[in-house]
Design a protein around this ligand. Sequence first.
Ligand code: ATP
Ligand code: MG
Length: 570
Amino acid sequence: MLEESASDFISDFIAEDLKNGRFGYVHTRFPPEPNGWLHIGHCKAFYIDFSMAERFKGKCNLRFDDTNPEKEDVSYVEAIKRDVKWMGYDWEDREFYASDYYEYLYDLAVKIIRKGHAYVDDLTDEEMSEYRGTAVADKNNITNTPPGRNSPYRDRSIEENLDLLARMRAGEFPDGAKTLRAKIDMTHPNLLLRDPVMYRIRRETHYRTGNTWCIYPMYDFQHPLSDAKEGITHSLCSLEYEIHRPLYEWFINEAEVFPSRQIEFARLNITHTVLSKRWLLKLVQEKYVSGWDDPRMPTIAGLRRRGYTPEAIRSFISQIGVAKTDSMVDIAFLEYCLREDLNRKSPRVMAVLRPLRLIIDNWAPGAVTELEAVNNPEDPAAGTRKLRFSRELWIERDDFEEVPPPKYFRLFPGNSVRLRYGYIVTCTAFDKDTAGNITAVHCTYDPETRGGNAPDNRKVKGTIHWLSAEDAVPIEVRVYDHLFAVERPMDVAPGRTFLDNINPNSLETVSNAYGEKGLATAAAGDRFQFERLGYFVRDPDTSVTGAPVFNKTVGLRDTWAKALSKRREL
Ligand code: ATP
Ligand code: MG
């Protein structure tokens, strides 16, 4: 475990609240805004929401926080539900929408106006921020915030405010002409408490409420009150909401509703990627990737298409733990969790990515034998399969060298290797075309060495994988690298953006690969270990020539174990 264990500060708070009677039960919620697809950072959030509910025998709601009509869409709602389900969580019938609470929220706004604690303002956005003031750094770089000024509309009467809000709702004023603001304190050191906006006028069609409303509630006003409406006891969210907490409590108190409690935890950050829907949307819109589910994306859909399992992601999330300070997790650790899971589950097959013809000169043309191969050494129940062996095979181009480098134990003239599950072969010659490319390698085989048997004097140092040329099926393989070449893509020099850190070589398409016959009928999402090459998954795509496409999920080599000895966390 890298940080604190899963029994963390959040469960301590909750246990205490139950013990001292602040709450008699536990009810959490996961509140995504349907303005993009979920990423692995959200997995951390809903893992915490659902597991706290489970631990304290409570419930967890799924609530769509849909109060920004310009960016939200029903397609995002569908994607979010599918991805949370795929991760193994069930909100049962507790699916809610903040947009269902518009009437309730409006009534609470009226209540707050009646208490004299909210007013309708006519200042423009620019004027409002000028009145609010901004934090400035002095010469010692200490930020201080000079007090703001009251709006000239701040002292409108309760009646006037009630009338104006009703007319805002009725559509009497143009967009941006008026806002409803909470009357808190224009000199408060926390800028968020300087009379925050509760409602703005915006003529936008909402994907659920259509044109019923032309005023929309702001996050800081609606979120605590939506929590309260659902009787949420613990409103768990990431650390950037910490400075919003006083406001969360202010609205709960003013509206006199159920006293939900906000608790913050550290956001998940992972090296070589970005975890913010805003940036991910940019990658999609500007076509740096093929879509939200591009296998290089850190979205749940991208990870799924890449071949990740929900179990591997959950294991990762539970092991990084829940802390109160932001940290950066090495992506190699995520890959380590993935490999652990795939190693147990994946059937082994052979595939050749860069084929080179191997001819066994002492094998009779047309003769075929069947060899037995183990499907998964980690899982005896997975059984065995038969592999056809014939005179012409495919081997990996880099398993042959005309002039071997030091410590090269694969094929070169005069050297012998074992063909996995088959025979020991000895390289006798090779063919070259006029351009000097090696076109075929010639070998002889030793019949005594079939299927792992070998006389004592016939031990060899290298084993290579192969396919029978008459039996192999063409496949396309997509090999990925990190989407961002640098560990922290958001750290950029002035004048540059995270897009400048994109890795131009993050996708390599290998279109002339071959695989065992069984791969031809693999269904999208089927996972395999290609022996010696890594873990691969069948993509929903087919190549231009009709061949099935496989994504490389992750290599076999464990870079994490190595990294672990250097540093546990960045
Ligand atoms: P993003 O920055 O990706 O758009 P968001 O907070 O705006 O994230 P929401 O849909 O509002 O997106 O997020 C739903 C919940 O997920 C929130 O409670 C938020 O705190 C949490 N969350 C979002 N990103 C992360 C992250 N990287 N790590 C942990 N929790 C996160
Ligand atoms: Mg948000």
